[in-house]
Design a protein around this ligand. Structure first.
Ligand code: FMN
Length: 440
């Protein structure tokens, strides 16, 4: 137990960490526990990095950066080695911030240079003290004892999510070898939601569309909401949906709170800077319906051994365990907190009100990009749970273990004895319990 606590959220031996500031030299991601023999190239990672950068409503930064991850270690001749994988995503914008973000201590002349830049009106060089409502500025500065909010916002910035997406692309490569694929789309912007019946775009078409949205009609209205926000110096949020297909029955467990896959996925998605809520499947709508209109009727086992549910309102998760249906997770994205027409706030140093909070170049809507980060967080979580259940030092070993398990659960289980805890409900047992008490 102590070992698990030391590793953080991971349920197995897999974990990942990121490093880097928004305008520092580079972002980094280290992945530990990816098995050997996985084909991996920088080109493959670049696909997801480019998807994160697109989307109507993004700010000018995306025109500067063309993210690419260098694979620095853990891969040889295109195949993973089983050793830690280190990825670096360089910040092109760093060239404009070298003095402001300098790693080494400032010499007297360098400090004077920075002060002069600030006096001449260079806003990058000036300490940030007018904290932004809705951002990490105030709590972060007080917590770490900073008098310049730049020290907070450089790491709280979602530029860090480029490193997560790079790590997520490694997870995508592994999951792909195991028959699991993960995708996301924009489900809602500024109160305009997709109509499932009008989602006429293919996955590729949606991915190429301005908002990564499968419903072209809804997308037009979403774009109008973003334009409205832009012309008012405002921002707008929405909802993304991540869908994972091919996940085997049995990832996660009901036996402990910290082994539940639903809990881990919720934490992973809420960990994305800007996500304020998570739903699975039918989500909160379940609370408005009777049970008979919520629970997914189980049809039975098909001839090929696949368990079939009539619907997927549970979003592929029951009892904290994957149930073989697609996992469907939605993330609620709040509006960006850096406004071109800033809200009133207060100054960190004086503690007095100020008319306008700090502003620096910012996005207006990031729902499509947040969806790509959502995919990454879901994939990284699935890799953790897959490796915890199936292990494997090489991809071949992991795949063999998974295939053997898939074949086993496709067959009828051995009939159990009358006292066995795994006794199945069978003929002559109608499945109802005596008494009328609840589970607890
Ligand atoms: C892809 C992406 C891009 C973002 N871009 C911005 C931005 O340009 N300006 C901003 O203020 N916040 C942006 N955010 C959100 C902030 O990083 C986030 O609101 C802030 O770190 C505070 O965290 P919280 O919203 O989880 O409380 C972005 C988030 C994501 C996922």
């Amino acid at each position: 137990m102590r070992r698990r606590a030391a590793r953080g959220r991971s349920v197995g031996s897999f974990r990942f960490l990121t490093a880097g500031e928004s305008h520092g030299q580079a972002l980094g991601a280290t992945l530990e526990g990816i098995p050997a023999g996985l084909p991996l190239t920088a080109e493959r990672i670049a696909v997801d990095l480019a998807r994160r950068q697109r989307g109507y409503g993004r700010g000018a930064r995306q025109a500067i950066e063309q993210d690419r991850a260098e694979i620095v270690s853990g891969v040889r001749h295109g195949l993973t080695l089983g050793s830690p994988i280190l990825l670096l995503v360089r910040n092109r914008d760093w060239e404009n911030w070298t003095r402001v973000m300098q790693v080494e201590p400032l010499s007297e002349s360098e400090a004077a240079e920075l002060a002069a830049m600030s006096l001449e009106g260079n806003r990058r060089a000036a300490p940030v003290t007018r904290v932004r409502p809705g951002h990490a500025d105030l709590a972060g500065a007080l917590k770490y004892g900073f008098s310049d909010v730049r020290n907070v916002l450089e790491r709280a910035s979602a530029r860090e999510t480029a490193a997560r997406v790079a790590a997520g692309a490694v997870s995508r490569a592994l999951l792909g070898e195991l028959g699991i694929e993960v995708w996301s789309f924009t489900a809602e912007v500024g109160g305009v939601a997709v109509d499932p019946a009008a989602c006429t775009r293919s996955r590729d078409e949606a991915d190429e569309s301005p908002l990564r949205c499968p419903d072209p009609g809804a997308e037009v209205q979403m774009i109008a909401r973003i334009d409205e926000a832009r012309s008012n110096g405002d921002t707008v949020g929405g909802v993304f949906e991540v869908v994972a297909r091919g996940v085997p029955i049995g990832l996660g467990s009901y036996v402990h709170w910290d082994r539940r896959l639903d809990a881990a996925l919720a934490a992973a998605v809420v960990s994305i800077n800007i996500v304020k809520g998570v739903e699975f499947g039918l989500g909160f709508e379940q609370t408005r319906r009777f049970g008979s209109a919520v629970h997914d009727v189980i049809e039975g086992r098909s001839d090929e051994g696949r368990w079939i549910h009539r619907s997927n309102n549970a979003g592929g998760l029951t009892g904290g365990v994957s149930n073989g249906e697609p996992i469907v997770v939605r993330g609620a994205v709040k509006p960006i907190s850096t406004l071109a027409r800033p809200l009133p706030s207060a100054d960190l140093l004086t503690g007095r009100p100020v008319e306008k909070a700090h502003y620096e170049r910012s996005d207006i809507c990031v729902v499509p990009a947040a969806g790509v980060v959502g995919e990454a967080m879901v994939m990284l979580t699935l890799v953790d749970f897959v490796l915890a259940k199936f292990g494997g030092d090489s991809v071949a070993e992991t795949r063999d273990n998974l295939e053997r398990y898939r074949a086993t659960i496709a067959r009828p289980p051995e009939p159990a004895g009358p006292t066995s805890p795994t006794r199945r409900l069978g003929d002559g047992d109608d499945g109802t319990e005596a008494g009328s008490g609840g589970d607890d």
